[in-house]
Design a protein around this ligand. Sequence first.
Ligand SMILES: NC(=O)c1ccc[n+]([C@@H]2O[C@H](COP(=O)([O-])OP(=O)(O)OC[C@H]3O[C@@H](n4cnc5c(N)ncnc54)[C@H](OP(=O)(O)O)[C@@H]3O)[C@@H](O)[C@H]2O)c1
Length: 252
Amino acid sequence: MTTSRICVVTGAGRGIGRAVAHRLSNSGHRVVLTARTGAQLAEVAAELPGPSLCVPADATDPDAPQAIRDQVAAEWGPIEVAVLAAGTASSAPLAKTTDAQWRAAMEINLDAPFRFLRALAPGMTERGWGRIVVIASMAAKHGDPYVSAYTASKHGVLGLVRSAAAELARSGVTVNAVCPGFVDTPMTEESIANISATTGRDAASARAALEARQPIRRLITAGEVAEAVEYCVASAATTGQGINVDGGAVQS
Ligand SMILES: NC(=O)c1ccc[n+]([C@@H]2O[C@H](COP(=O)([O-])OP(=O)(O)OC[C@H]3O[C@@H](n4cnc5c(N)ncnc54)[C@H](OP(=O)(O)O)[C@@H]3O)[C@@H](O)[C@H]2O)c1
């Protein structure tokens, strides 16, 4: 039987984070749900079969990781598993990418995971067991046009994962990234709306264009990403990896 762990999931209000919360709860873990929109967290909490705690927070707030860690420690105990799914995507041609767009991508996709690792890894190493999984992207391994800020932030977070995994390898703590292709979530719905707005294509053909980017010719489901996260939580031997869940788009 799986040991019940205390897990925190960022970005748990919708999309991939929500699917991860479901998967971990269904496997018997206790799940801390965090994102900015408290109402969405409450909806997810009501759907879960097991215990959950809702901790609304902005993951880009530099104090958020310690505050979440300390609140969970007071209510349940130390966080043993962290799944960092909070993120945003934006697109713009390189020459039109503003400093604000660049900083926004770095703050949520790279700075926030760094601060969560810094806040949570010491307790995990002291206790000799921990799992950290960052939801990166196939953009962590491959460069596409018009997404320079997003791609740089995701390459950066994979570098963070690899270095942290090397540093913590003998401690019982693993650090991995899951690198999805286009996943059927509200974020992708937004990308489809943006493609329609900028190209004049209808939503169905914009969606078909994203489906065609995966060799399996469909979007990835959030549940398929959650399955890879659960593998990372179960495995003691997998660390420092960027596990592609992208229908074969990136072969590395
Ligand atoms: N969808 C894809 O095709 C795809 C592909 C590859 C990688 N990914 C990555 O997977 C992760 C999740 O994506 P998704 O598709 O599930 O996105 P989503 O549907 O837009 O959900 C994003 C979640 O992150 C939360 N979030 C965003 N900014 C936040 C902030 N500043 N503080 C706290 N929470 C924040 C959102 O809640 P609030 O807005 O309420 O805070 C929401 O719960 C992201 O890192 C994304 O880059 C997605």
